[in-house]
Ligand binder design. Structure first.
Ligand SMILES: Cc1ncc(COP(=O)(O)O)c(C=O)c1O
Length: 389
């Protein structure tokens, strides 16, 4: 099937439509957006300005500048226990999002199946379709804190299954896989000879003392894992569009080919700023400050949701929370529409994240504490007035 035909099979994100609806409503509070509300730390902006002044405005190698690949290799070794050669096993990309399609395109054949824990980040299934494969949703459950289990994976494996996408900490549920979860998933991947795409963009935003582990750090797993990551969430740099990926050489070599004939390379002066940012202690202090604030907000929202009668798992990571709304009798879409109209609060229906998301809504707490308090008051009032809880 031609790419133009496959493009007909992927729909614009539900979330975008919702934002359009919210546009023009005065006093609206958006808890819909999936990006940090913090500004990029000042010293990183200074590094970018410096790079511009130095005239670093030309093409870079297709795989990214060596300085940044080396800084990423150091970070992966120190923080993730992943040993990747910066020359052949690391590549810099234009954000993390494009890595999903680029990574899948290095090995997936027509109609091969890719397992995706659901609810899931909105790009995964479309990327699988564009790469010529078939996305297979594997449900995760509130009862298991939305963590992926091998028992569930076993129900969906077929001779056509080629890969598995994992995302911990998770968008939209905030679930964080434990080391034991990862070990069991790793054994399953080895048994069925699967490639794993591990999306770790929220890795630093974990709470209650929980630690996040990287799949590629487990014994023998680097050889079958594409570790996807970027600067958007960690450094509050969504608009800078910069990501990095670590994988076996044969995969990186093909991803570079993809980039060569597509973006060419990521923005050069931004790569210089990012290389400096990774090696600057101030960046890690800023991240810890953001993490602490997210945790404070999570505690507030989790408490308020449960108190107002929406049962909610306490998420261990990311900056999302996923309350159950099915007991109100409304679908997740109806619930979101009601809250936009009556409470002037934007929430994303769980159905936007796959079949397993129905009956829930996603709240992003990447919004100021006072706004979150106000939003919780408004939602609670509508629930009480309409006798939905
Ligand atoms: C799970 C997940 N992966 C990847 C991305 C995309 O990140 P980037 O801005 O680096 O492309 C997002 C953004 O929302 C996300 O939630």
């Amino acid at each position: 099937m031609a790419l133009s035909d496959r493009l007909e099979l992927v729909n614009p994100s539900e979330i975008r439509k919702l934002f359009d609806l919210a546009q023009g409503i005065e006093g609206v509070i958006s808890l819909g957006i999936g990006e940090p509300d913090f500004d990029t730390p000042a010293h990183i902006k200074e590094y970018a300005k410096e790079a511009l002044d130095r005239g670093l405005t030309h093409y870079s190698p297709n795989s990214g500048i060596p300085e940044l690949r080396e800084a990423v290799a150091e970070k992966l070794k120190k923080h993730n226990k992943i040993n990747a050669d910066p020359k052949t096993q690391i590549m810099i990309t234009v954000g993390t999002n494009q890595q999903i399609l680029m990574g899948l395109s290095t090995f997936l054949k027509d109609n091969e199946e890719v397992l995706i824990p659901s609810p899931m980040f909105v790009s995964y299934a479309p990327a699988v379709i564009l790469a010529g494969g078939k996305p297979i949703e594997v449900p995760t459950y509130e009862e298991n804190e939305f963590r992926l289990s091998v028992d569930e994976l076993k129900k969906y494996i077929t001779p056509r299954t080629r890969a598995l996408i994992i995302n911990s900490p998770n968008n939209p549920t905030g679930a964080v896989l434990t080391k034991k979860d990862l070990e069991e998933i790793a054994d399953f991947a080895v048994e069925h000879d699967l490639i794993i795409l591990s999306d770790e963009v929220y890795e630093y935003f974990v709470y209650d003392g929980v630690k996040n582990y990287s799949m590629a750090s487990l014994n023998g797993m680097f050889e079958r894992t594409i570790t996807m990551n970027g600067f958007s969430k960690t450094f509050a740099m969504t608009g800078w569009r910069l990501g990095f990926v670590a994988a076996p050489e044969w995969i990186i070599e093909k991803m570079i080919r993809f980039q060569m004939y597509n973006a060419t390379c990521p923005v050069t002066f931004i790569q210089y700023a990012a290389a400096k940012a990774l090696r600057d202690e101030r960046s890690w202090e800023a991240i810890e400050e953001m993490r602490r604030e997210y945790e404070r907000r999570r505690n507030l929202v989790w408490k308020r949701l449960n108190e107002m009668g929406l049962p909610t798992v306490k998420p261990k990571g990311a900056f999302y929370i996923f309350p159950r709304i099915k007991d109100t009798g409304l679908s997740s879409k109806e619930f979101s529409e009601l809250m936009i109209k009556e409470a002037k609060v934007v929430l994303v229906p769980g159905s936007a994240f796959g079949q397993a998301g129905e009956g829930y809504i996603r709240i992003s707490y990447a919004t100021a504490y006072e706004k979150l308090e106000e939003a919780m008051d408004r939602i609670e009032k509508v629930l009480k007035d309409k006798e939905l809880v």
